[in-house]
Design a binder for this molecule. Structure first.
Ligand code: FES
Length: 157
């Protein structure tokens, strides 16, 4: 008597957490992409922590899963491969380098544009990595591209 009804490979747990994979495997590969309710996400393992974000960049939908991780002012950031936007892994904030022209000798400083990329809550349980389904009552800029690319769909021309 089979009780599993799989939707696109993601198994729903009773408490609605979505199984992404084995902790050991993701620690080795350092990143993995997954679908949660048809939405593309990417889970990174970086410096001892797991981070899950929408995989399509909030700017124009670039594939963050192919980006490099850089340390910017002590914050781990994924750098989008398309136009090099920087997004903090911890909070999904977009960073930009700004100058205050009123300073005597203006030097560029990293500043936050606020949370642009939706991040997803990661739970580790018995060696498995789970992500919580997104709370869609709050919206983020990356939602637009998450919708566009949902279920493997391509951007309309
Ligand atoms: Fe990511 Fe433009 S699409 S920086």
């Amino acid at each position: 008597d089979s009780h599993s009804s799989s939707t696109g490979g993601a198994e729903m747990e009773p408490d609605c957490l979505i199984l992404i994979g084995k902790e050991e495997d993701i620690k080795k590969s350092q990143r993995i992409t997954a679908k949660i309710n048809g939405r593309e996400i990417v889970v990174f393992y970086h410096e001892g922590k797991f981070h899950a974000l929408d995989s399509r960049c909030y700017h124009e939908g670039g594939p963050l899963c192919l980006g490099e991780i850089e340390d910017i002012d002590g914050q781990a950031c994924i750098v989008c491969p398309w136009h090099k936007f920087k997004i903090t892994l911890e909070t999904g904030e977009g960073l930009y380098e700004g100058i205050n022209p009123l300073e005597p000798s203006p030097t560029p400083k990293w500043q936050s544009k606020g949370v642009k990329q939706r991040i997803h809550k990661v739970t580790i349980d018995s060696g498995n990595v789970y992500v919580s389904p997104p709370d869609l009552s709050v919206s983020f800029d990356s939602d637009y591209f998450a919708e566009k690319y949902k279920n493997g769909g391509e951007l309309a021309m």
